[in-house]
Design a protein around this ligand. Structure first.
Ligand code: NAP
Length: 277
């Protein structure tokens, strides 16, 4: 099987590539932004036609949530038009497409875990552009896997690394304690994506690690595992205003995985503990 990974130098792209490299039968094409800019329709069509993958896994995205609020055109280009280009190109050659999406498609006001059947209502440019990406992938290629995740960390820039860096220069850190979600390792997400493709289990899926916490609780756990003595103090979102409104409660339930092949993700505590070792 031939697999094309776009955005291959991002956190998730690297992890999926790593896991696929351990499977002999997979012929991998890794395309970073300089190899393939997913916003350029003609480039996408000719790249896909030339390489003829069986599956395209789109790991490319504009993930700087606050920047999306001001760079709106760029957000639509990368998060909406890019996935559309890939979905059409894949469909033309009978290939499948994996599109990765986000908990930000929800408004975060329902204080219960959200399934694939719950109403979406994005509150940010990032969330809106990712949701439109989902819709276009769905409409242009019936052989799609749309996988929503949240609070992702892996090999790249992420919250965990930011907190570890800050701990080196701060004796005390204030971290928001009124946003709840689920930290998710790229290891767990990549495993699920590879399994979905293996099973040809098409459709919309939520995929986060199990459990929930606030950013404050997550930071406390990171520092506990690493034996870091920087004091962590809870604060409110109002004390740290950001351009993009964060969902208050965006715990995803991996309901479609539970109903189909089973949920193989770990608890967020197990996953972060392995990551930090
Ligand atoms: N990170 C999170 O917390 C989080 C949460 C929920 C969902 N997600 C979703 O999970 C997926 C993977 O996220 P991630 O954390 O792995 O992202 P990431 O580390 O930011 O990687 C995204 C990659 O996309 C590339 N890219 C940007 N524009 C491109 C373009 N026009 N053409 C080709 N490549 C382009 C970037 O390249 P450059 O570095 O050169 O710009 C980067 O390597 C994304 O769909 C994201 O929306 C992430």
């Amino acid at each position: 099987m031939k697999v094309l990974i776009t955005g291959a130098n991002g956190q998730l792209g690297r992890e999926i590539a790593k896991q696929y490299k351990e499977i002999k039968e997979i012929d991998l094409i890794l395309a970073g932004r300089s190899d393939l800019d997913i916003t350029k329709v003609n480039e996408v069509y000719s790249f896909v036609n030339k390489n003829k993958p069986d599956v395209i896994i789109n790991c490319a995205a504009f993930t700087a949530v606050d920047k999306c609020e001001t760079e709106i055109d760029m957000a639509y280009k990368i998060n909406t038009i890019g996935p559309k280009n890939l979905a059409i190109a894949a469909n033309e050659i009978g290939a499948e497409i994996v599109q990765v999406s986000t908990d930000y498609v929800f408004d975060g006001n329902m204080h219960q875990s959200l399934t694939e059947f719950d109403e979406v209502n994005p509150q940010t440019v990032y969330g809106k552009t990712k949701l439109e990406g989902e819709k276009l992938v769905r409409s242009f290629n019936p052989k799609h896997y749309i996988v929503r995740t949240a609070w992702l960390y892996g090999d790249g820039n992420n919250f965990v690394k930011t907190m570890l860096n800050l701990s080196e220069t701060h004796k005390t850190l204030k971290v928001v304690n009124d946003q709840t979600g689920t930290p998710t390792s790229t290891v767990d997400l990549a495993r699920v994506i590879i399994k979905l493709v293996e099973d040809k289990n098409y459709g919309l899926f939520h995929c986060t690690c199990k459990g929930q916490c606030t950013w404050y609780e997550f930071t406390k756990e990171i520092f506990r595992i690493k034996g870091i003595d920087t004091e962590v103090l809870p604060c409110t979102t109002d004390q740290f205003p950001r351009p993009a409104k964060r969902p208050e409660y965006s715990v995803l339930r991996n309901y479609m995985l539970e109903l189909t092949t089973g949920d193989i993700t770990r608890t967020w505590q197990e996953a972060i503990s392995e990551y930090l070792k």
